[in-house]
Ligand binder design. Structure first.
Ligand SMILES: [Zn+2]
Length: 391
């Protein structure tokens, strides 16, 4: 059942810009403020009493908070608690891995609205929503880039303030594209120097990313050694900058990857989720991975999001040996790789770009796992180096 639903519909998040009156804007600000206060209060209880169970946190906090914030409707109170539970849970999980983590605190936690607290009327371009100033009908505009998804059934929405403007990030359920699946399989090798190389000879992303990432990394290291308050503040800023930079890169790269495949095809990535935990992978291999400290989960989810719109599937395979195996004869040896870029097979002398070789192994691993014969095979592989795609 779930599978059918997934195939016919997909969820997209669209941003709509609210156009509140001055008094409505004040209500929105007050709602966001109270929601954040409840979030922080629940976090404090969860953190101090070590509660990560949502029901227990509800019992411990609901009535005191309800009387402290009577203007906040019950459902918003509950949503703040749900968000706080997640925050406390992940903080405890992070602490278990040995990181120094403090109690979660938010300066602006976006209120989460749902069918109890808001209703979009696409026709009149108004949204009716619960605020601390009562139920309000607020006009909104849909930016052109989201126009295609306006009018569909809504799920939840987050209320977000940015640069003095109010936005709703609305999750809508839209029909998935009807694309017949094809046999096309494109393997992708992810790296630091070459962010992504496909088995169809495409070099994606920018080489300059590594230098920027390296600079941010070094700066962070230097600041981590200083214990001053100023250094700590600088470090927080830098961490935000790094996260935004990586997110931007992931957006660019995921789009390029999703468009490297024809509609209906399959994209194969290496499963790098637990790469740091794997002891079987040698240290230098790990260091050469872009995802050493970079979130693979984020990139994968971005690729999946964009691929879904094109009717493509995204799968992940075991990354072991993909860089050491000859994609022509299958001989596996570490010394097949002569340098960072150059792969020369010790047995059959097959020579090509090392990342390209790896990406073909990634594709072949998936084909083998689902029993697709390697029809593309050797005949279609050009033996010359591909020209680098200008990005
Ligand atoms: Zn070979």
């Amino acid at each position: 059942m779930l599978r059918i639903w997934y195939d016919i519909f997909m969820q997209r998040t669209i941003r709509i810009q609210l156009q509140p009156s001055a008094s409505q804007a004040a209500s929105l600000a007050d709602t966001a403020h109270q929601f954040t206060a409840v979030f922080n209060a629940v976090c404090a209880v969860g953190w101090e009493q070590q509660i990560i169970n949502g029901v227990k946190l509800h019992h411990a906090t609901y009535y005191p908070l309800k009387s402290a914030y009577p203007a906040l409707v019950s459902d918003l109170l509950v949503q703040a608690r749900v968000k706080a539970t997640e925050a406390v849970k992940s903080a405890f999980a992070l602490r278990k891995t040995g990181r120094t983590v403090g109690m979660p605190v938010s300066r602006a936690c976006p209120p989460r609205l749902n069918l109890h607290t808001y209703k979009v009327d696409w026709e009149s371009r108004t949204v009716r929503m619960s605020t601390t100033g009562g139920r309000q009908t607020i006009r909104f505009a849909v930016p052109p880039y989201n126009a295609a998804y306006a009018g569909y059934p809504t799920d939840t929405a987050d209320l977000i303030a940015r640069n003095g403007r109010w936005w709703l990030h609305v999750v809508v359920t839209v029909p998935a594209p009807t694309v017949a699946p094809t046999d096309q399989v494109v393997g992708v090798d992810l790296g630091l120097v070459r962010p992504a190389v496909t088995s169809t000879n495409r070099f994606l992303g920018k080489r300059g990313w590594k230098a920027i990432e390296g600079r941010l990394f070094k700066l962070k290291r230097a600041l981590q050694k200083k214990a001053t308050k100023r250094a700590k503040r600088h470090l927080r800023k830098l961490s935000g900058k790094q996260a935004r930079f990586r997110k931007d890169c992931d957006h660019v790269l995921s789009k390029q990857i999703a468009y490297a495949v024809e509609p209906g095809g399959t994209i194969v990535l290496e499963n790098l989720t637990d790469i740091r935990k794997r002891t079987m992978i040698k240290k230098h291999t790990v260091a050469s991975r872009r995802v050493h400290s970079w979130s693979f989960a984020q990139l994968k989810s971005f690729v999946a999001y964009k691929a879904e719109e094109r009717g493509c599937m995204v799968v992940a395979v075991d990354p072991r040996h993909t860089s050491q195996t000859c994609s022509r004869c299958g001989h596996t040896a570490r010394n097949n790789r002569r340098s960072r870029d150059r792969f020369v097979c010790r047995v059959c002398d097959y020579e090509l770009h090392a990342d390209l070789n790896a990406s073909r192994n990634v594709a072949a691993k998936y084909r083998a796992s689902v029993g697709i014969s390697d029809t593309g095979g050797l005949s279609s592989i050009s033996l010359s180096y591909p020209s680098e795609q200008s990005a």
